[in-house]
Design a protein around this ligand. Sequence first.
Ligand code: NAD
Length: 303
Amino acid sequence: MKILVTGGAGFIASHVVDAYVKGGHRVVVVDNLSTGFKKNVNPKATFYKADIRDAEKIETIFKKEKPQVVNHHAAIAEVVKSLRDPMPTFDVNITGTAHLLLSSGRHKVKRFIFASTGGAIYGEPKTIPADESTEPVPLSPYGLSKHVGELMIRFYAKAYGFDYLIFRYPNVYGPRQNPRGEAGVVAIFGGLMKSGTRPTIFGDGTKARDYTYVADIARANLLALKRGKNETINLGWGKKVSDRQIFNTIAKCAHFKKKPVYAPYRKGEVYQIAITNAKAKKILGWQPKVKFEEGVRMTFATL
Ligand code: NAD
């Protein structure tokens, strides 16, 4: 199969590209290298340095490569940044997604896979873990942009007649996560502890997220090539891991003895969230495998 992966120089999608190449697929990567790195791109993939906001360039790539599947991961993926300055997030995550959908329709793409968010789309749900029927109530422009992306995908899939599969990710962690971003707490804390610096916890340490290792996420994207027609699927453990638990788990790996620095909560960040995996199990035969302690150990070894 020929698959066009956007954001394939970034953290998650570079692992997805590796899984596709390993599975014998031909892969085309489109990335503007704003937060991704050329060195992350699998050497067997064809690489285009291009911005998904550049409709003309995107159209030219589709015309030349004629992908059967589009796997869309390129985005501005930072909650706090989107609150400070929302327009770039809307521009990339909404307008960029629209360009990809229009080109997918024109060039008869068969399937569109999308990296949405389970961590930022549900807001503060009454029931945790949240399942896919929970109403999206995003608390940040980033979460809102992903919700709009989902709606556009469902609209154009119907209009053009291609299949879609929307994944709502929890917090994903693992090797290649950029510690300079704001979201990769495992990479950030791990990097700081390695250099003897005390990490900052925003809040009192009870803020909690659901953490899934990146290889598990890549495996779901591989399954998504064949299963799950027109579905929206959470990929979590269904379990909350608090900031304090994360700090302690990494500190154990790093033999770090100092205490964290505590700072006030940041506006727009969800307090606690975890998302289900029952639908992923039923439709894709997917469940996460890598336990948090093991994933942290493997990630820390690469920092
Ligand atoms: P990342 O920043 O490492 O990857 C994003 C990639 O997209 C980068 O390589 C970047 O250069 C590229 N990109 C950004 N803007 C672009 C543009 N205008 N044109 C072309 N390429 C562009 O982030 P990530 O953590 O790997 O996230 C990948 C996807 O998964 C994003 O869509 C994100 O919203 C989603 N997601 C991530 C998490 C997580 O925990 N990391 C959770 C939920 C959803």
